[in-house]
Design a protein around this ligand. Structure first.
Ligand SMILES: C[S@@+](CC[C@H](N)C(=O)[O-])C[C@H]1O[C@@H](n2cnc3c(N)ncnc32)[C@H](O)[C@@H]1O
Length: 196
């Protein structure tokens, strides 16, 4: 099934296509992955497509509206069976799934088109990142899209940078990827790959 243009990665406009490119490489059929922030379900949908019929995806969001919208999107593509949606914070992921994940995706900030006061928060994101790094399979990635521009976003950016700096090579390979010809507070990507 073709999911274009939802997953259009022909234009590297903003961080999401970049993350999707990486996910297409690292998440394989039969794999297991987490969307830590379902929002409108675009990353969950891609992960569900990539893990195939024998894989599994877990999707988390604290907003029922986001979980319901994601469920509808998956159902429209016939992929709902592959995904466990959890209407709870990603900081609870460790108690809900086993280690061996190919990818854990965080798209921080607020739900596009939703309530902008409901944002990811440094304390809970930090707890989830610690869990995610433990749950990764060797070679698996945590992919974060960081949004410093909104109220509260700068504090979260600092937390993410501190977390990333604590990950020691060669146990983890950590990358920061931002668009050079964009404003200083433009969103950017942090990737942490667990060493093989
Ligand atoms: C930028 S949006 C995600 C966009 C989404 N990836 C997409 O494809 O549309 C961030 C989401 O994180 C959710 N969120 C905030 N705190 C959370 C938490 N502790 N655990 C899980 N989700 C959370 C918000 O409700 C919001 O829907």
């Amino acid at each position: 099934m073709s999911l274009e243009p939802l997953h259009d990665i022909t234009r590297l406009r903003g961080p999401v296509p970049l993350v999707h490119l990486l996910l297409r490489h690292f998440v394989r059929s039969g794999g297991r992955a987490v969307d830590a922030t379902c929002g409108n379900g675009n990353d969950t949908l891609l992960l569900a497509e990539l893990v195939g019929p024998t894989g599994r995806v877990w999707g988390f969001d604290i907003q029922q509206e986001a979980v319901d919208g994601t469920a509808r999107k998956l159902a429209a593509h016939g992929l709902g069976e592959r995904v466990t949606l959890v209407a709870a914070g990603h900081e609870t992921m460790a108690g809900r799934l086993e280690a061996g994940l190919s990818a854990v995706v965080f798209n921080l900030g607020y739900l596009p088109g939703g309530d902008r006061s409901i944002i990811t928060r440094p304390a809970t994101t930090a707890a989830a990142l610690e869990q995610a790094q433990s749950l990764l399979a060797p070679g698996g990635i945590v992919a974060l899209t960081v949004y410093p521009g909104h109220k509260g976003g700068d504090a979260e950016r600092h937390m993410v940078e501190e977390w990333a700096a604590r990950l020691q090579a060669p146990l983890f390979h950590v990358w920061r990827m931002g668009q050079t010809n964009a404003t200083a507070d433009a969103p950017y990507v942090v990737i942490a790959q667990k060493g093989v």
